[in-house]
Design a protein around this ligand. Structure first.
Ligand code: 13P
Ligand code: SF4
Length: 317
Protein backbone atom coordinates (compact mmCIF):
# COMPACT_ATOMS: atom_id res chain seq x y z
CA UNK A 1 0.00 0.00 0.00
CA UNK A 2 1.27 3.43 -0.87
CA UNK A 3 0.66 5.95 1.89
CA UNK A 4 -1.37 8.22 -0.43
CA UNK A 5 -4.55 10.22 0.14
CA UNK A 6 -6.77 7.14 -0.40
CA UNK A 7 -4.80 5.25 2.27
CA UNK A 8 -5.03 8.17 4.64
CA UNK A 9 -8.80 8.56 4.10
CA UNK A 10 -9.32 4.83 4.67
CA UNK A 11 -7.29 4.92 7.90
CA UNK A 12 -9.30 7.86 9.20
CA UNK A 13 -12.60 6.25 8.16
CA UNK A 14 -11.76 2.96 9.90
CA UNK A 15 -10.53 4.78 13.01
CA UNK A 16 -13.83 6.66 13.25
CA UNK A 17 -15.80 3.45 12.69
CA UNK A 18 -13.96 1.70 15.55
CA UNK A 19 -14.01 4.80 17.80
CA UNK A 20 -10.21 4.50 17.89
CA UNK A 21 -7.60 7.08 18.83
CA UNK A 22 -4.32 6.72 16.90
CA UNK A 23 -1.15 7.44 18.89
CA UNK A 24 2.26 7.59 17.21
CA UNK A 25 5.69 7.77 18.82
CA UNK A 26 8.17 10.33 17.48
CA UNK A 27 10.25 7.51 15.89
CA UNK A 28 7.45 6.28 13.64
CA UNK A 29 7.59 6.57 9.84
CA UNK A 30 6.51 10.07 8.67
CA UNK A 31 3.26 8.80 7.10
CA UNK A 32 2.25 7.15 10.38
CA UNK A 33 3.04 10.32 12.36
CA UNK A 34 0.99 12.36 9.89
CA UNK A 35 -2.13 10.18 10.00
CA UNK A 36 -2.15 9.83 13.82
CA UNK A 37 -4.31 11.88 16.19
CA UNK A 38 -1.34 12.50 18.48
CA UNK A 39 2.42 12.20 18.09
CA UNK A 40 4.74 12.47 21.07
CA UNK A 41 7.26 10.95 23.44
CA UNK A 42 6.55 7.98 25.70
CA UNK A 43 5.39 10.12 28.62
CA UNK A 44 3.05 12.35 26.60
CA UNK A 45 1.51 9.36 24.84
CA UNK A 46 0.99 7.49 28.14
CA UNK A 47 -0.82 10.53 29.52
CA UNK A 48 -3.01 10.82 26.43
CA UNK A 49 -3.78 7.07 26.56
CA UNK A 50 -4.78 7.39 30.23
CA UNK A 51 -7.15 10.28 29.55
CA UNK A 52 -8.61 9.23 26.21
CA UNK A 53 -12.33 8.57 25.96
CA UNK A 54 -12.04 6.50 22.78
CA UNK A 55 -12.99 2.82 23.11
CA UNK A 56 -9.93 1.63 21.19
CA UNK A 57 -6.32 2.80 21.47
CA UNK A 58 -4.16 2.04 18.44
CA UNK A 59 -0.55 2.37 19.54
CA UNK A 60 1.86 3.02 16.68
CA UNK A 61 5.05 2.41 18.60
CA UNK A 62 6.64 -0.60 20.25
CA UNK A 63 5.07 -3.29 22.39
CA UNK A 64 5.94 -1.96 25.85
CA UNK A 65 4.21 1.33 24.98
CA UNK A 66 0.99 -0.44 24.03
CA UNK A 67 1.27 -2.59 27.16
CA UNK A 68 1.61 0.56 29.28
CA UNK A 69 -1.59 1.93 27.71
CA UNK A 70 -3.36 -1.37 28.51
CA UNK A 71 -2.13 -1.28 32.13
CA UNK A 72 -3.60 2.23 32.49
CA UNK A 73 -6.87 1.42 30.68
CA UNK A 74 -7.61 -2.27 31.27
CA UNK A 75 -11.18 -1.98 29.99
CA UNK A 76 -10.16 -0.55 26.64
CA UNK A 77 -9.13 -2.47 23.58
CA UNK A 78 -5.48 -1.70 22.86
CA UNK A 79 -4.13 -2.58 19.42
CA UNK A 80 -0.62 -2.49 17.99
CA UNK A 81 -0.25 -2.83 14.22
CA UNK A 82 2.50 -5.47 14.64
CA UNK A 83 2.98 -7.27 17.97
CA UNK A 84 6.52 -8.27 16.93
CA UNK A 85 7.61 -4.65 17.42
CA UNK A 86 9.73 -5.28 20.52
CA UNK A 87 12.58 -3.32 22.10
CA UNK A 88 16.15 -4.41 22.76
CA UNK A 89 16.27 -2.27 25.88
CA UNK A 90 13.10 -3.81 27.35
CA UNK A 91 14.67 -7.23 26.66
CA UNK A 92 17.71 -6.40 28.77
CA UNK A 93 16.02 -7.27 32.08
CA UNK A 94 13.24 -9.72 32.95
CA UNK A 95 11.11 -10.21 36.06
CA UNK A 96 13.31 -12.95 37.54
CA UNK A 97 16.49 -10.88 37.14
CA UNK A 98 14.84 -7.90 38.82
CA UNK A 99 13.58 -10.07 41.69
CA UNK A 100 17.14 -11.38 42.26
CA UNK A 101 18.53 -7.82 42.21
CA UNK A 102 15.89 -6.67 44.70
CA UNK A 103 16.78 -9.57 47.00
CA UNK A 104 20.34 -8.16 47.16
CA UNK A 105 18.97 -4.70 48.15
CA UNK A 106 15.78 -5.42 50.10
CA UNK A 107 15.19 -1.81 51.25
CA UNK A 108 15.78 -0.13 47.90
CA UNK A 109 13.18 1.76 45.87
CA UNK A 110 12.91 0.31 42.36
CA UNK A 111 12.70 2.79 39.48
CA UNK A 112 12.18 1.23 36.05
CA UNK A 113 12.28 2.99 32.75
CA UNK A 114 9.02 2.70 30.84
CA UNK A 115 11.00 0.61 28.28
CA UNK A 116 10.34 -2.58 30.25
CA UNK A 117 7.84 -5.43 30.09
CA UNK A 118 4.67 -5.47 32.21
CA UNK A 119 6.29 -8.25 34.27
CA UNK A 120 9.17 -5.91 35.22
CA UNK A 121 6.78 -3.02 35.91
CA UNK A 122 4.89 -5.31 38.30
CA UNK A 123 8.13 -5.55 40.38
CA UNK A 124 8.66 -1.76 40.27
CA UNK A 125 7.83 1.06 42.70
CA UNK A 126 7.91 3.95 40.22
CA UNK A 127 8.28 3.93 36.44
CA UNK A 128 9.85 6.85 34.60
CA UNK A 129 10.53 8.00 31.07
CA UNK A 130 13.50 9.93 29.73
CA UNK A 131 11.63 13.19 30.26
CA UNK A 132 10.95 12.73 33.98
CA UNK A 133 13.60 10.24 35.20
CA UNK A 134 15.48 12.93 37.14
CA UNK A 135 12.27 14.22 38.81
CA UNK A 136 11.20 10.68 39.68
CA UNK A 137 14.52 9.95 41.42
CA UNK A 138 14.43 13.34 43.18
CA UNK A 139 10.99 12.41 44.57
CA UNK A 140 12.60 9.56 46.57
CA UNK A 141 14.00 10.45 50.04
CA UNK A 142 17.78 10.97 49.78
CA UNK A 143 18.64 8.26 52.32
CA UNK A 144 16.83 5.48 50.41
CA UNK A 145 18.83 3.26 48.08
CA UNK A 146 17.54 3.26 44.48
CA UNK A 147 17.72 0.46 41.92
CA UNK A 148 17.48 1.98 38.44
CA UNK A 149 16.88 -0.26 35.43
CA UNK A 150 17.42 -1.16 32.67
CA UNK A 151 19.26 1.64 30.78
CA UNK A 152 22.83 2.30 31.89
CA UNK A 153 23.19 5.56 29.96
CA UNK A 154 19.95 7.08 31.25
CA UNK A 155 20.97 5.80 34.71
CA UNK A 156 24.35 7.56 34.40
CA UNK A 157 22.56 10.77 33.35
CA UNK A 158 20.22 10.60 36.37
CA UNK A 159 23.16 9.92 38.66
CA UNK A 160 25.04 12.95 37.30
CA UNK A 161 22.00 15.23 37.60
CA UNK A 162 21.01 14.15 41.11
CA UNK A 163 24.54 13.55 42.44
CA UNK A 164 23.16 10.48 44.17
CA UNK A 165 25.71 7.88 45.30
CA UNK A 166 23.10 5.37 46.48
CA UNK A 167 21.66 4.86 42.97
CA UNK A 168 22.54 1.48 41.46
CA UNK A 169 22.24 1.15 37.71
CA UNK A 170 21.46 -1.99 35.67
CA UNK A 171 23.78 -2.55 32.69
CA UNK A 172 21.15 -2.64 29.91
CA UNK A 173 21.14 -0.61 26.72
CA UNK A 174 19.22 0.12 23.54
CA UNK A 175 21.21 -1.13 20.55
CA UNK A 176 20.22 1.90 18.45
CA UNK A 177 21.18 4.60 20.96
CA UNK A 178 24.22 2.80 22.40
CA UNK A 179 25.58 2.75 18.83
CA UNK A 180 25.63 6.55 18.61
CA UNK A 181 29.10 6.90 20.06
CA UNK A 182 31.38 9.62 21.40
CA UNK A 183 34.02 9.74 18.61
CA UNK A 184 31.24 10.02 16.01
CA UNK A 185 29.64 12.88 17.93
CA UNK A 186 32.99 14.68 18.37
CA UNK A 187 33.67 14.44 14.63
CA UNK A 188 30.21 15.74 13.67
CA UNK A 189 30.38 18.54 16.25
CA UNK A 190 33.75 19.65 14.82
CA UNK A 191 32.29 19.73 11.29
CA UNK A 192 29.29 21.92 12.27
CA UNK A 193 30.85 24.11 14.99
CA UNK A 194 27.84 26.40 15.58
CA UNK A 195 25.32 23.61 15.96
CA UNK A 196 23.30 22.82 19.06
CA UNK A 197 23.60 19.17 20.13
CA UNK A 198 20.28 17.50 20.99
CA UNK A 199 21.14 14.20 22.66
CA UNK A 200 18.79 11.53 23.93
CA UNK A 201 19.96 10.25 27.34
CA UNK A 202 19.88 6.63 26.08
CA UNK A 203 22.83 7.45 23.79
CA UNK A 204 26.28 6.05 24.36
CA UNK A 205 27.60 9.53 23.49
CA UNK A 206 25.69 11.43 26.21
CA UNK A 207 28.69 11.31 28.56
CA UNK A 208 31.08 12.25 25.75
CA UNK A 209 28.97 15.32 24.95
CA UNK A 210 29.38 16.59 28.48
CA UNK A 211 33.07 15.75 28.27
CA UNK A 212 33.35 17.84 25.07
CA UNK A 213 31.60 20.69 26.87
CA UNK A 214 33.89 20.27 29.91
CA UNK A 215 36.96 20.36 27.65
CA UNK A 216 35.69 23.55 25.98
CA UNK A 217 35.42 21.84 22.53
CA UNK A 218 31.69 22.65 22.44
CA UNK A 219 30.09 25.50 24.45
CA UNK A 220 28.27 23.90 27.41
CA UNK A 221 25.00 25.73 26.65
CA UNK A 222 24.85 24.01 23.24
CA UNK A 223 24.72 20.51 24.75
CA UNK A 224 21.14 19.52 25.56
CA UNK A 225 20.27 16.10 26.94
CA UNK A 226 16.58 15.71 26.09
CA UNK A 227 13.72 13.26 25.70
CA UNK A 228 12.21 13.15 22.22
CA UNK A 229 9.28 15.36 23.26
CA UNK A 230 11.60 17.89 24.90
CA UNK A 231 13.63 18.00 21.66
CA UNK A 232 10.56 19.37 19.86
CA UNK A 233 10.14 22.08 22.51
CA UNK A 234 13.86 22.92 22.35
CA UNK A 235 13.69 23.14 18.54
CA UNK A 236 11.03 25.86 18.85
CA UNK A 237 13.08 27.78 21.41
CA UNK A 238 16.68 27.61 20.14
CA UNK A 239 18.33 30.40 18.20
CA UNK A 240 20.78 28.02 16.52
CA UNK A 241 20.54 27.61 12.75
CA UNK A 242 21.90 24.02 12.82
CA UNK A 243 21.19 21.19 15.22
CA UNK A 244 22.93 17.81 15.43
CA UNK A 245 20.50 15.19 16.65
CA UNK A 246 21.64 12.09 18.52
CA UNK A 247 18.68 9.73 18.63
CA UNK A 248 16.64 7.46 16.36
CA UNK A 249 16.30 9.13 12.94
CA UNK A 250 12.46 9.09 12.92
CA UNK A 251 12.78 12.09 15.25
CA UNK A 252 13.92 14.35 12.41
CA UNK A 253 10.38 14.48 10.98
CA UNK A 254 8.82 16.23 14.00
CA UNK A 255 11.86 18.48 14.46
CA UNK A 256 11.76 19.68 10.84
CA UNK A 257 8.04 20.32 11.16
CA UNK A 258 8.48 22.25 14.42
CA UNK A 259 11.30 24.46 13.10
CA UNK A 260 11.55 24.34 9.27
CA UNK A 261 14.18 27.08 9.20
CA UNK A 262 16.70 25.00 11.18
CA UNK A 263 19.09 22.54 9.52
CA UNK A 264 18.66 19.30 11.54
CA UNK A 265 21.22 16.57 10.89
CA UNK A 266 21.47 13.11 12.42
CA UNK A 267 24.70 12.38 14.28
CA UNK A 268 24.36 8.81 12.99
CA UNK A 269 22.14 8.32 9.95
CA UNK A 270 22.05 4.55 10.46
CA UNK A 271 20.36 4.93 13.86
CA UNK A 272 17.05 3.44 12.79
CA UNK A 273 15.02 1.20 15.11
CA UNK A 274 13.82 -1.81 13.14
CA UNK A 275 11.08 -2.43 15.69
CA UNK A 276 9.61 1.06 15.34
CA UNK A 277 9.73 0.66 11.57
CA UNK A 278 7.63 -2.54 11.68
CA UNK A 279 4.60 -0.26 11.95
CA UNK A 280 4.12 0.24 8.22
CA UNK A 281 1.24 1.74 6.24
CA UNK A 282 0.04 -1.81 5.45
CA UNK A 283 0.30 -2.94 9.06
CA UNK A 284 -1.76 0.01 10.27
CA UNK A 285 -4.44 -0.63 7.64
CA UNK A 286 -4.61 -4.33 8.60
CA UNK A 287 -4.79 -3.39 12.27
CA UNK A 288 -7.80 -1.11 11.81
CA UNK A 289 -9.54 -3.44 9.38
CA UNK A 290 -9.08 -6.71 11.33
CA UNK A 291 -8.62 -5.49 14.92
CA UNK A 292 -5.12 -6.99 15.18
CA UNK A 293 -2.80 -7.31 17.04
CA UNK A 294 -4.62 -7.00 20.34
CA UNK A 295 -2.40 -6.33 23.37
CA UNK A 296 -3.35 -8.18 26.54
CA UNK A 297 -1.73 -7.99 29.95
CA UNK A 298 -2.61 -10.61 32.53
CA UNK A 299 -4.95 -8.93 35.08
CA UNK A 300 -2.84 -9.71 38.17
CA UNK A 301 0.36 -8.39 36.53
CA UNK A 302 -1.45 -5.26 35.32
CA UNK A 303 -2.81 -4.59 38.77
CA UNK A 304 0.66 -4.85 40.32
CA UNK A 305 2.16 -2.62 37.62
CA UNK A 306 -0.56 0.06 37.65
CA UNK A 307 0.56 2.10 40.68
CA UNK A 308 4.13 2.34 39.35
CA UNK A 309 2.87 3.59 35.98
CA UNK A 310 0.39 6.01 37.59
CA UNK A 311 3.20 7.52 39.69
CA UNK A 312 5.18 7.96 36.47
CA UNK A 313 2.46 9.94 34.74
CA UNK A 314 1.87 12.11 37.82
CA UNK A 315 5.52 13.17 38.29
CA UNK A 316 6.88 16.10 36.26
CA UNK A 317 3.43 17.36 35.13
P1 13P B 1 11.13 9.05 24.72
O1 13P B 1 10.12 9.20 23.65
O2 13P B 1 10.47 8.94 26.05
O3 13P B 1 12.18 10.07 24.71
O4 13P B 1 11.82 7.61 24.53
C1 13P B 1 12.53 7.23 23.48
C2 13P B 1 12.63 5.79 23.24
O5 13P B 1 13.66 5.25 23.05
C3 13P B 1 11.45 5.00 23.16
O6 13P B 1 11.81 3.79 22.68
FE1 SF4 C 1 13.72 0.19 22.12
FE2 SF4 C 1 15.84 1.46 21.24
FE3 SF4 C 1 13.89 0.94 19.56
FE4 SF4 C 1 13.53 2.79 21.50
S1 SF4 C 1 14.96 2.89 19.77
S2 SF4 C 1 12.14 1.15 20.90
S3 SF4 C 1 14.74 1.90 23.14
S4 SF4 C 1 15.16 -0.59 20.61
Amino acid sequence: TRPDTAWRDEIRRLAAERDAVLLAHNYQLPEIQEVADHTGDSLALSRIAAESEASVIVFCGVHFMAETAKILSPDKTVLIPDARAGCSLADSIDGAQLRDWKAEHPDAVVVSYVNTTAEVKAETDICCTSSNAVDVVRSIPAEREVLFCPDQFLGAHVKRETGRENLHVWAGECHVHAGINGPELAERAASVPDADLFIHPECGCATSALYLAGAGTVPAEKVKILSTGDMVTAARETEASSVLVATEIGMLHQLRKAAPEIDFQAVNERASCRYMKMITADALLRCLRDGTDEVRVDAATAQRARDAVRRMIAIGQ
